[in-house]
Design a protein around this ligand. Structure first.
Ligand SMILES: [Zn+2]
Ligand SMILES: [Zn+2]
Length: 202
């Protein structure tokens, strides 16, 4: 009879299984298996969100629980390179920003990774915003191009019911590329499961 070894996946936290022979071979040749599969090995929202402190709800600051630099900004790993956790949060939710643009905090809290607290700006705009701070409130949107969790849920439902992506793009004020990225799960790809804690407030 085949013997199975159970271990905890570092990404999703679920119990993964591996055949005893494969497990022993991996431990001898390389190291203990840490992830259940390639899905959990690559950084995506599924592995990123559990590393944030989201206990305050959708409008609170989601502090990065991992490594931080001296000024308090979170440092994450993406494609084997260090990256600011807030920038990674933006990439996973909204896609990669254009070259030269900074991901800035509306809440002025360096470890925060809540996508609704982040906005894109040049270095000059970043400074201007700092002067104007106090006028902004948590969760407020500066422009229509940042979607909320509720919006993404609605878009997914609309797509499932056969609505055209181009119409949805007009309705939500985003580009059709963003809609198709949501459709194929390139961004907002937590499959809905990780946002379930916010369902009540939505
Ligand atoms: Zn896993
Ligand atoms: Zn914040």
């Amino acid at each position: 009879m085949t013997d199975f070894v159970h271990y905890l996946c570092k990404g999703c936290g679920k119990t993964a299984t591996m055949k005893r022979t494969a497990f022993d071979w991996r431990c001898r040749k390389m190291s203990r298996p840490q992830y259940c599969g390639i899905q959990c090995m690559t950084t995506n929202l599924h592995t990123f969100l559990p590393r944030l402190d989201t206990s305050g709800g959708p409008d609170s600051c989601w502090d990065w629980q991992g490594r931080r630099c001296g000024r308090g900004y979170g440092i994450a790993n993406f494609h084997n390179r260090p990256i600011w956790a807030s920038r990674l949060s933006w990439i996973l939710h909204n896609g990669a920003p254009e070259k030269g643009l900074h991901v800035c905090h509306r809440c002025d809290r360096p470890p925060c990774c809540n996508p609704s607290h982040l906005f894109l700006g040049s270095a000059a705009e970043n400074n201007k915003d700092k002067q104007a701070k106090g006028r902004h409130t948590f969760g407020e949107r500066v422009s229509g191009n940042i979607l909320s969790y509720a919006d993404v849920k609605e878009i997914r439902q609309a797509l499932a019911s056969g609505q055209k992506g181009i119409r949805l793009a007009e309705k939500y004020g985003v580009s059709p590329v963003t809609i198709s990225a949501i459709k194929v799960g390139r961004i907002w790809n937590s499959r809905g499961s990780d946002y379930s804690i916010f369902e009540k407030g939505m």
